[in-house]
Each structure stands twice: as C-alpha cells, then as structure tokens.
Design a binder for this molecule. Structure first.
Ligand code: UT7
Length: 343
C-alpha cells in the first residue's frame, strides 16, 4: 500500500496590511513630571532620547482593554468583521499574568469566534515577529485574516528611581489586520536574535527569585522588590546603530526596493538619535518621511511601530499604498525588519 498523501494547505498568493489602529492612554507624563523622580533635566532627556512626553496607562487601561480599542480601529479600517479573523497574535512583554495568554481574552472580547490566539515575547521586535507569522499563516493557508497586536504597559515594569530607564518607557497598543492580497504587500521579514547579549536589556530578576529571595531574607509580609526593566543603554545603542542599519538594508534588498522608493521609514521608537543614525547609514533621502512618534509617546516596545504607522497615516505624512520600511529591535536581543505596503 502506498502511503496516502496529505492534501496540501493552500493559502493566498500574497498578504498585506489591510488596516491599522492605535490606542494611547489618557494620562500624559511630561518630562517635568519625570524630574520629580530622577536627577535629570528636560534638556538632557530631549537631547539624549528625543522624548518630550510619554503616556502611562491608568488602572482601567489594561493590556486587554488597550488592545481591544486598537484592534477595533484596525478591524473597522480593514473592512472585515471580527468573525472573519482566523488568528490573533499579541506581542507583549508586559502582560503580567503568566497564563493564559492575553490573546484569548482579546479574541473573545472582539468576537473572533474560535480563532487561534496566542502571545509572543519578542520585546521591541514583537510586532515584526507577529507580522512575519501572520504573513506565513495567510500564505500557508491556515488563516485568511490575522490580527497582530503590539501592546505594552511598560510603566508596570519601570523603576521610577532608575535614572537610566525612568524617562524612556511608555504605554499603548497598536494593531493591524493582515489579509490576502493579489500583489505582494509584505516583503521578506529579516529577523533574528543574539542571545549572547541577553543581559543588556532585561527584567532585573525573575518573579520567583525576586519573591523567594525576599521571603527568605525578610519573611512573608515584608516589602518585596518588584522586578523592573534594566537597560545597559550604550551597548544597546551601539548595536542598534551598527547592526540594525545592516538588517534594514537586507530587508530593502530582499524586497527589491531602494531607499528612495520608500514612502515612509518607521523604525522602532527607541531613541531619536538611533533613528537619525540609521537614516544616515541607509542614505535615506530627505524626501522620505520618518516616524518620530517617540517625542510624544516614549518607547512603547512592541506597540511603537503600529502606533507610529497610524500617526503617520492620520497626519497625512504617509499615504495608503506607500511602501514603508519597518524595523524593530530590542531585548533578547531580537530584531525584525520588512518592507510593507501601508494600509
Ligand atoms: O527599546 C529597546 C532598545 N533600546 C534602545 O535602543 C535604547 C538604547 N540606548 C539609549 O537610547 C541610550 O543609551 C540612553 C537614552 C538610554 C542613554 O543615553 P546615553 O547617551 O547612552 O547616556 P549614557 O548612559 O552614556 O550617559 C551619559 C551621561 C552620563 O554622565 P557622565 O558619566 O558622562 O558624566 C550619565 O551619568 O549622562 C548621564 N545620565 C543622565 N543625565 C541626566 C544618565 N542618565 C541620565 C539622566 N539624566 N536620566
């Protein structure tokens, strides 16, 4: 007897982003407020990072709530219904409940039926990782439409007494719907990791050691040290400037696009100086609009690219149908870059 052959799954020829939406928390934290926590200056924060203010979520603005708000806008713009969504991917490092994944709650609240729903932990590259997965799912035939969300409440993981990170992080959510397309709308995703540098951005301690150690030393009921994000800024800065420009160039080359053909450059909003260095390394013509959302939003990790994308489209800086180069990079270290057609 010959081994029966499995019927191959067949998907769409190509995929593209059909809609984008963002959610920005109500509370604005200007640099002047940060100066109540750390010894710094508005001038230093602006000149070293490009940040003037950031938004921090209130108690009602949970990871799920912000995601549902952002996704609702992306769904509306894409012209599909929530029931048509065949996959929900949530990129986040700040959903503080280990299990279940927050994606299942978001899928259920949006009305996505029984769509597979899962979280991914790829820090500031999370949105690009999600996009790569969504593209594969759609072309592979396991989903027709996929919701990709980048969402963070980094304020929960910020040590406001830490001079090197207290001013950087912000909260928010950005979402896109990815669906089938007759023409290529997502270029090859260039993604990767470098675990040898895993310690340069990380949580200070794992939850178990943080709490077990405190228990052993102080006994139950004593104040325990909440793990926060720590970053060794300079090595990350150098890596981002030198290595990420190469990755961005690879994404352009793989897509067969030159920098002058771009309608937008949307890097992860880590630091305005990193963005400027990348522009130089890529020899990006001055005519290409560049996302500078960090000034009002801070660094929102997985949420930063879709939030910046939404802002550029809403402000008219970039137009639907334009080509955009996106690149995310961060804790892991991990990175992901691609050329995409804007929704
Ligand atoms: O999203 C994930 C990826 N993340 C990134 O890509 C972030 C990469 N890194 C960075 O963006 C930058 O390294 C920071 C913005 C975090 C820091 O900027 P920097 O230019 O690298 O500052 P630094 O740590 O080298 O410190 C320079 C000086 C030091 O003083 P001295 O030794 O030169 O006298 C610091 O003590 O600035 C001082 N400093 C501050 N001054 C005022 C450090 N933090 C502060 C502060 N306010 N908050």
């Amino acid at each position: 007897m010959t081994t029966p052959q499995i019927r191959p799954a067949t998907g769409a020829a190509f995929s593209r982003i059909l809609g984008v939406g963002g959610y920005r928390p109500v509370r604005v934290i200007p640099n002047s407020e940060v100066l109540n926590w750390i010894d710094s200056s508005d001038e230093w924060i602006r000149s070293r990072s490009g940040i003037a203010e950031r938004r921090w979520a209130g108690p009602e603005e949970s990871v799920a709530e912000m995601s549902v708000q952002a996704a609702g806008k992306a769904i509306a713009q894409s012209g599909i219904t929530a029931e048509q969504i065949g996959g929900v991917i949530v990129a986040t490092v700040s959903h503080l409940k280990q299990t279940p994944a927050i994606a299942t709650e978001i899928a259920q609240r949006l009305g996505c039926g029984t769509a597979p729903a899962f979280d991914i932990s790829a820090a500031c590259a999370g949105f690009g990782y999600g996009l790569g997965l969504a593209d594969g799912m759609i072309r592979g035939g396991s989903a027709e439409y996929v919701l990709v969300i980048g969402v963070e409440r980094l304020s929960d993981l910020t040590d406001t007494s830490d001079r090197s990170t207290a001013f950087i992080f912000g909260d928010g959510a950005g979402a896109v719907i990815v669906g089938p397309s007759d023409t290529p709308g997502i270029g090859k995703v260039i993604w990767g990791s470098d675990g040898s540098q895993r310690d340069v951005i990380s949580q200070t301690q794992a939850w178990d050691t943080a709490f077990a150690k405190q228990d052993a030393v102080n006994g139950v009921g004593e104040e325990q040290k909440w793990p926060a994000l720590r970053m060794d800024g300079q090595p990350v800065f150098r890596w981002a400037v030198w290595e990420m420009a190469k990755v961005a160039q690879q994404a352009l080359d793989a897509a067969g696009i030159t920098a002058d053909q771009l309608g937008a450059f949307i890097p992860h909003q880590a630091n305005m100086r990193i963005t400027d260095a990348m522009i130089k390394a890529l020899k990006l013509p001055a005519s290409v609009p560049v996302a500078r959302d960090i000034a009002e939003t801070g660094n929102t990790s997985a949420a930063s690219i879709p939030l910046a994308m939404e802002r550029m489209l809403e402000s008219g800086e970039a137009r639907s149908g334009d080509l955009a180069l996106i690149i995310g990079f961060g804790a892991g270290l991990v990175y992901a870059a691609a050329v995409v057609t804007l929704p």
